[in-house]
Design a protein around this ligand. Structure first.
Ligand code: IVH
Length: 698
């Protein structure tokens, strides 16, 4: 409890204190949202605080003061832009708070009551539209030319953002001849989800490159608002924006030759004919049930739409009826917004887990206090990798914004730093795989950490077995994906050697496994025990060791033990093995578990003919630099290059004094001239073949 206040005569009024606190908080967040386009809390949280204040003001009317945030509509125009006074105010829209289907029924009932309709009267006709989650814009055309674009601002006065809006390709700059002399079109500027993802991806790259003024955006709406209210229109031009028209402001009156719209729907069709994008989902709906159906259908489609919506909007179709219904304060009685569950919510991070994928990739995942967002209860959100987790600086105990929009997996968007508990530690990736305990490494230039326990790691089991059994590796016929699933899920196989240890009884007990098929599997396993070193090596699934590298390793070392014990330096001597591959092989065989698996496989009878290490045969063109130019009669450029490189030559792109030979074919150009100029030997295809056939220099 608060201490009694000894200095004032009245006892502190908790309601008044809370109202003052809510004023402060709501003013702060309204500024972040409307002026800075950088909200710190989700809309749903703002709405909750707003409603709390409204309820307090209703219960204690003396606490409602003229500066209350509940009395302000929308934002304030930013000083940086010219102010625009809207000739027809840009109205707000009433939000139906009931997010169930009954929300639509309530609206229809209100409309019918206000129009004085009896139950027996025919249904009211509506237009049902999507409620796009972007930023409202008024486009003013005079004599068919776009002369001004303005934000809504507070509904009376907005900001002149014409240069930025002109950069949006979907907005016509000129109208066809049948458009009226004055036309104001209203609609939503928004950003598609794919454009948003691409933009944030680019922003992340810029940040990674050290560009300090760059940031990522919380959601498509903020990215769109930020772009429209960007002072530098060259930056706005780089932001992919889209537009939907859904209304109009000032229009040349009928008496002066303006259009004679009778309905909302007709007006939208006409706007479309003048070149404005109108959503194809805009639907005529007769009566309340049609609205309910629309709300349900769109609710199901919401995840697969290419852009965010936060609800649907119902409008009385007849403009005459709209006029009859009129307004309450600044909201028309003829329209309502019917929302869907919010796609962003606040919750807390209970823990940060590290999950291991089928390929060994380690992904940090935030374990969340359960929260209902985007129509599902979310308890996990991916943090992608170590860099992303650090960039967002997500820590255990933090209050975070979680977003789930579209089919995408839920994401932690940002942290509310002011709510961080003292002592919360920064996240670090564990040094060992949480599943198998093998070393977790992050290669240079890679964003992801990986478990190096490929053969041993439970998370990678199925993948490892399928890789080992594939045709190009050890080639175990009849061991397909379904069977591997059954064997691993049934606990029959934990590591590769278990393959050779399972018996007929275990196999035949599996679902849909006939005796004949079980025997076939065992026969295939037996047959595959005889293999080759390159196939076996490739089958181990060492990162970066494909078929070609496996062959090179086998040829170079001859024996498996030599490869297992080779140092990084020794590995680097192998043809085409660079530092990353060498290190990967080394790390793999440093894991005791991986060595153990190899030993057990050999003990189970897997065998191959071992060879002698290859003598380091000198090659004919080692140390020579060769340039190819023009078209050779029978060799393609790639073939010629392969032959030369196999002979030890370096194939360069331009001629210099260091060039040993230029191989020139038909239509050779400046490279040939350069060779002559520098006195470099020039060969044709026959000359090239002769060169390749030479004995290596001693
Ligand atoms: S009609 C008089 N239709 O929602 C009605 N608004 O306050 C004026 N919005 O910021 C608005 N989709 O930008 C209307 N199909 C739609 C809409 C829509 C999104 C936005 C609008 C405004 C807010 C309503």
């Amino acid at each position: 409890m608060a201490q009694p206040d000894l200095f004032s005569s009245a006892a502190p009024d908790p309601a008044a204190q809370r109202v003052a606190e809510l004023h402060r908080v709501l003013h702060h967040h309204a500024h972040r949202y409307y002026v800075l386009d950088e909200p710190e809390i989700p809309d749903a949280e703002y709405d909750r605080l707003f409603k709390e204040l409204q309820a307090l003001e209703a219960a204690h009317p003396h606490l409602l003061t003229p500066d209350s945030p509940t009395l302000r509509v929308g934002g304030k125009a930013l000083d940086a832009f010219e102010k625009v006074r809207h000739r027809v105010p840009m109205l707000s829209i009433r939000t139906e708070t009931d997010i169930e289907a009954t929300g639509a029924l309530n609206f229809d009932a209100r409309v019918r009551r206000e129009l004085g309709l009896a139950e027996a009267d025919p249904p009211v006709e509506y237009v049902a539209e999507l409620k796009f989650d972007g930023l409202a814009i008024n486009l003013r055309y005079e004599n068919g030319v776009l002369v001004q674009a303005a934000t809504r601002g507070d509904g009376e006065i907005g900001e002149d953002v014409t240069p930025n809006i002109r950069t949006i390709g979907q907005i016509p700059l000129k109208l066809p001849a049948d458009a009226p002399a004055v036309l104001e079109v209203r609609g939503e500027v928004y950003m598609r989800r794919d454009d948003f993802d691409r933009l944030n991806e680019q922003q992340r790259e810029k940040i990674a490159q050290g560009q300090r003024n760059e940031k990522t955006y919380v959601n498509p709406r903020n990215a769109a608002a930020g772009a429209v209210r960007q002072l530098d229109s060259t930056i706005a031009r780089q932001r992919p924006l889209s537009f939907f028209a859904y209304g109009w402001g000032e229009v040349t009156p009928v008496e002066q030759g303006g259009p004679d719209f009778q309905t909302q729907y007709e007006a939208l069709l006409t706007l479309k004919s003048w070149g404005f994008p109108v959503s194809a989902r805009t639907t005529l709906a007769r009566g309340a049930q049609a609205l309910v159906a629309f709300h349900q259908e769109v609710g199901q489609e919401r995840d697969s739409l290419p852009f965010d919506i936060d609800g649907v909007v119902y409008k009385v179709n007849s403009l005459a009826l709209q006029k009859a219904l009129g307004f309450v304060t600044r909201e028309p009685r003829w329209a309502v917004a019917h929302k869907y569950p919010a796609q962003e919510q606040l919750t807390t991070v209970l823990d940060i887990d590290v999950q291991v994928g089928r390929t060994g990739k380690l992904t940090p995942v935030a374990k969340l206090a359960p929260v209902f967002v985007g129509n599902v209860t979310v308890t996990n959100a991916t943090l992608h990798n170590e860099d992303e987790t650090r960039r967002k600086d997500v820590r255990i105990g933090d209050t975070v914004i979680v977003r789930r929009a579209g089919d995408v997996i839920p994401e932690v968007v940002s942290v509310l730093l002011e709510r961080r508990v003292a002592g919360a530690a920064q996240f670090t990736m564990p040094a060992h795989c949480p599943i198998c305990g093998s070393a977790a490494v992050r290669e240079e230039g890679e964003a992801n950490h990986r478990c190096t326990g490929g053969l041993f790691c439970g998370a990678q089991r199925k993948q490892a077995i399928l890789h080992y059994a594939q045709r190009r590796a050890v080639d175990i016929e009849n061991l397909g994906e379904k069977l591997v699933d059954q064997l691993v899920d049934g606990g029959i196989i934990k590591t590769l050697p278990d393959l050779y240890r399972m018996g007929f009884t275990a196999l035949v007990a599996l679902d849909r496994m006939a005796e004949k098929s079980a025997q076939n599997v065992l026969d295939s396993l037996e047959k595959a025990k005889h293999t080759t070193l390159p196939r076996f090596l490739f089958g181990l699934g060492i990162r970066h060791v494909g078929e070609a590298t496996a062959k090179d390793l086998a040829r170079h070392f001859g024996k498996l033990d030599a490869i297992m014990d080779a140092s990084v330096e020794q590995l680097l001597e192998v043809n085409d093995v660079g530092p990353v591959v060498a290190q990967s092989i080394r790390t793999f065989f440093e894991q005791p578990h991986n060595r153990e698996v190899v030993e057990q496989l050999r003990a189970c009878g897997v065998h191959w003919e071992e060879g002698e290490p290859a003598a380091r045969a000198p090659r004919p063109l080692t140390g020579k630099t060769i340039v190819l130019t023009g078209t050779l009669p029978s060799l393609s450029r790639d073939e010629a290059k392969d032959l030369l490189e196999a002979a030890g030559a370096k194939v360069a792109g331009s001629v210099s004094k260091k060039t040993d030979y230029v191989v020139a074919g038909a239509e050779a150009g400046s490279k040939l001239d350069k060779a002559r100029e520098l006195g470099v030997a020039v060969l044709d295809e026959d000359g090239l073949r002769a060169l390749l056939a030479q004995e290596p220099a001693a």
